[in-house]
Design a protein around this ligand. Structure first.
Ligand code: ASP
Length: 584
């Protein structure tokens, strides 16, 4: 028996018990005649005491050799601690050690394995197994487990069953590149790793499984933006015989349950907003609605004066920064520089100070009088003491720029409180998105999403206008889930592929299996997938998902611990019939 108790469980009630503990040496303090050691395992820390008078001499000697992170086993008696540590669960007691076994020695760790560590991100990732010993990382993994369990419990209770779908598949387009795996047995052929189990969950509905879920890895070969992982986890769900309303209600239920169980937060019915409205009011399809600064469109009140920049713009739009009139000229100039950075891309920014006495002072006073500016204040809901910031240009770009500015200001003004939760549904997404580069329509969600049935007759004549039965669940400015009602009719699916530029042959080659299945009695169905890593991070009060993944990849998609990806040897390449022609 390695241990009778964990390092987190001994209390005053255990005093005088003989125990055996095992764990890692967090640190030791050697006073010569007395040695204290903090012994750590997943459950906590227990203080050990070795003392010249009461501990056998050879054990005392051995204790002097202990270094940080040695793995040891001790036997001893639980005794009352003289100076109690009330901040520690085990702080009432210590173990008077009578026997010590060193189970494994440890090199000096490259960073201190403590809550506040001296290790930078890179070194901690390289030695992630040491990092995991630290409370912040360990606790994040425990937290993730808890969320996963709650999800499983809830969905199982609702009648969902978890079904595993394969990882070695054919491409499922979710808008990213596939990771591919060469097949040894099928020369010149490749599997793709799933970007999501989308087609399989639909086939499970055709198979009559009715309610499916899976906490599942998905793989997308994207250019990595901050806080994206090439492999990530979804809570993937699908239901048969449902309309959009049914899906929204079940998964609103799940989200409400999680917020209650995990955060103790009660949320009412989630507000709903159409995609168009979200874009108008927040310039963004995943608005953070915990604070105001809603967009005020100013075309009607700012154009047709002598200010050409606005006259030529497709959209003139502003936000009112609460209390922003306290910003100094220098601070405002810095904000202007901020929106002009290439990442944001604005050409300039107009501002209006809303003075306490009800007057306005703007950077365009030459062109606009007090009445004009009062109209702007009205449109942006600006109050005395606020600062109105105005951008202009083409609609989509300007909205994106102002949205970035809104989020940045909210961050700076500390309006994004991680303990406040404001979920909402964004609905009625466009079915298609025009891609300038390829001069083609792309599916905004994915090609299996159903157009609004009442718009089906416009599918070919006015594709850009079609809305989809697609929805996103947004929490605090993050898209945490997205899904749709699916096409379950072969002909509609064929029209959709046609619209996306697939020839009938290509559609058949790639998705023949799905179109075939639709001919054998496919029920109406729909579903949703939650980004599990992000959901856990947000519930955990943080926005970096990496902290909640045991072995994450870095920003270049590398696992720096195992050093992957890596070349494979010639023999392996040959076996796979692959020739590398690297132009090095
Ligand atoms: N497969 C979709 C995704 O990964 C989710 C869904 O439509 O259910 O975003």
């Amino acid at each position: 028996m390695y241990r009778s108790h964990s390092c987190g469980e001994l209390r005053a009630s255990h005093i005088n018990t003989e125990v055996t503990l095992a764990g890692w040496v967090q640190k030791s303090r050697d006073k010569g005649f007395m040695i204290w050691v903090d012994l750590r395992d997943r459950y906590g820390i227990t203080q050990l005491i070795f003392d010249e008078e009461r501990t056998p001499k050879d054990i005392m000697e051995k204790a002097k050799e202990l270094g940080r992170e040695f793995v040891i086993q001790v036997k001893g008696q639980v005794i009352e601690r003289e100076s109690k540590n009330l901040n520690m669960a085990t702080g009432h007691i210590e173990i008077l050690v009578s026997d010590l076994t060193i189970l494994n020695e440890a090199l000096l760790p490259p960073f201190t394995v403590e809550d506040a560590t001296d290790g930078g991100e890179d070194i901690r990732m390289k030695y992630r197994y040491l990092d995991i010993r630290r409370n912040p990382v360990k606790d994040s993994l425990l937290f993730r487990h808890r969320v996963a369990m709650e999800v499983r419990n809830y969905l199982s209770k609702e009648g969902f069953i978890e079904v595993e779908t394969p990882y070695l598949i054919k491409s499922t387009p979710e808008g990213a590149r596939d990771f591919v795996v060469p097949s040894r047995m099928n020369e010149g052929q490749f599997y793709a790793l799933p970007q999501s189990p989308q087609t399989f969950k639909q086939l499970l509905m055709v198979g009559g499984m009715d309610k499916y879920f899976q906490i599942v890895k998905c793989f997308r070969d994207e250019d990595l933006r901050a806080d994206r992982q090439p492999e990530f986890t979804q809570i993937d769900c699908e239901m048969a015989f449902v309309e959009q309303e049914d899906i929204l209600s079940v998964f609103e239920g799940l989200t409400r349950f999680l917020l209650k169980e995990i955060k103790g937060v009660e949320v009412d019915t989630f507000p709903r907003m159409t995609y168009d409205e979200a874009m108008c009011r927040y310039g963004n399809d995943k608005p953070d609605i915990r604070f105001g600064m809603e967009f005020g469109e100013l075309n009607a009140v700012a154009q047709h004066k002598d200010f050409n920049v606005f006259n030529q713009a497709e959209l003139v739009v502003g936000i009112a920064v609460p209390g922003g009139n306290t910003f100094t000229r220098k601070e405002i100039d810095k904000l202007i520089d901020w929106v002009k950075r290439p990442q944001i891309g604005a050409k300039g920014m107009v501002y209006v100070r809303c003075n306490e006495d009800g007057t306005y002072k703007s950077s365009v006073d030459k062109f606009y009088g007090q009445d004009d500016l009062a109209n702007w204040a009205n449109a942006t809901a600006a109050k005395a003491g606020d600062l109105i910031l105005v951008l202009s240009g083409s609609t989509n770009e300007t909205r994106a720029q102002l949205s970035a500015l809104r989020m940045e200001l909210a961050e700076r003004l500390e309006l994004r409180d991680p303990e406040v939760f404001a979920p909402l549904w964004v609905v009625d997404f466009p079915l298609l998105e025009w891609d300038e580069d390829t001069q083609r329509y792309h599916a905004m969600h994915h090609p299996f999403t159903s157009p609004k049935p009442e718009q089906l007759n416009e599918l070919e004549s006015n594709p850009g206008n079609i809305k989809a039965n697609a929805y996103d669940l947004v929490l605090n400015g993050n898209e945490i889930g997205g899904g749709s009602i699916r096409i379950h009719d072969r002909d509609v699916q064929a029209r959709m592929f046609d619209l996306l530029g697939f020839t009938p042959e290509e559609a058949k080659a790639q998705f023949g299996f799905l179109m075939d299945a639709f001919q054998y009695g496919a029920p109406p169905h729909g579903g949703i997938a939650f980004g599990f890593d992000r959901l856990v991070a947000i519930l955990g009060g943080q926005e970096t998902i990496r902290d909640f993944i045991a072995f994450p990849k870095n920003n270049s998609g590398r696992d720096v611990m195992i050093d992957a990806p890596a070349p494979i040897d010639e023999a392996q390449l040959q076996e796979l019939n692959l020739k590398l022609d690297l132009k090095l």
